[in-house]
Design a protein around this ligand. Structure first.
Ligand SMILES: C[S@@+](CC[C@H](N)C(=O)[O-])C[C@H]1O[C@@H](n2cnc3c(N)ncnc32)[C@H](O)[C@@H]1O
Ligand SMILES: [Zn+2]
Length: 180
C-alpha cells in the first residue's frame, strides 16, 4: 500500500449511510433485514486496556473543549478493547438507542452488529452501547424512544439512572415548594 492510499470503508449489503435523527450520521437499513442477520462487522485497532484508558482520557479532554466527544472504543474482553474510530470502519456510525433493533455480538473474536428482530427498510440501525454508570451524565441520550432513560447507559443499569433522576426531580420540587 502506498503512503497515500487509505483502506476502503467497510460496506454492508444491508445498510447505507444517512444523516441521523438521533445524532450526526447513522446507518439505515437499505432493505428489509431478517432477525439474526449479521449486518456489518465493527472493525478497528485492537488495543490494551491501558492504551484504551489513555485514549479515553484524551477523548474526554477533547469533549470538555467542545472538540468532538464521540466514543468509538468497544470492549472485546477483560484485557483488550477495539478502537473503531478509523474513518473506514463504517459500523462506527451506528448510534445507540434505548430500544435498539440490533446488538453487538462477539463471534470467533470479531464483533458483529446483528439484527435483534426483523428490521424494515429505512429504519435507523441502533444497538445498546453498553455504557456503565461511570461518567453517565457526560452521555445524554437522544434516541427519542418511549423507553429512553435520558442518558446512554446499558439496559441493566438504566433503572439506577431513572431512580437518581426521579429523586433529583422530587427534591427540586420540594425545595421550590418550600421557597414559595
Ligand atoms: C460511535 S459514534 C456514532 C456515530 C455518530 N452519529 C457520528 O456521526 O459520528 C458515537 C457517538 O455518537 C453520539 N451518539 C450515539 N448515539 C447517541 C444517542 N442515542 N444520543 C445522543 N448521542 C448519540 C455520541 O456522541 C457518541 O459518543
Ligand atoms: Zn435513549
Amino acid at each position: 500500500m502506498s503512503a497515500t492510499s487509505r483502506p476502503r470503508p467497510t460496506r454492508s449489503p444491508w445498510a447505507e449511510l444517512r444523516n441521523s435523527r438521533i445524532h450526526g450520521r447513522g446507518l439505515y437499513a437499505s432493505k428489509a433485514i431478517p432477525a439474526g442477520t449479521r449486518i456489518i462487522e465493527y472493525r478497528g485497532e485492537r488495543i490494551t486496556k491501558a492504551e484504551s484508558d489513555r485514549r479515553e482520557e484524551r477523548r474526554r479532554a477533547r469533549a470538555r473543549r467542545g472538540d468532538g466527544g464521540c466514543v468509538y472504543i468497544f470492549e472485546i474482553n477483560q484485557r483488550h478493547d477495539l478502537d473503531g474510530s478509523m474513518a473506514w470502519n463504517t459500523a462506527r456510525l451506528i448510534n445507540h438507542s434505548c430500544e435498539a433493533n440490533c446488538e453487538s455480538s462477539k463471534i470467533r473474536g470479531r464483533i458483529w452488529i446483528v439484527a435483534l428482530r426483523d428490521i424494515a427498510e429505512g429504519e435507523e440501525l441502533s444497538f445498546d452501547y453498553g455504557f456503565g454508570l461511570e461518567n453517565w451524565r457526560e452521555h445524554p441520550c437522544r434516541c427519542g424512544t418511549a423507553k429512553c432513560a435520558g442518558y446512554i447507559v446499558t439496559k441493566t443499569q438504566r433503572w439506577r439512572v431513572r431512580k437518581i433522576l426521579t429523586k433529583a426531580r422530587v427534591a427540586a420540587r420540594k425545595s421550590q415548594a418550600a421557597a414559595s
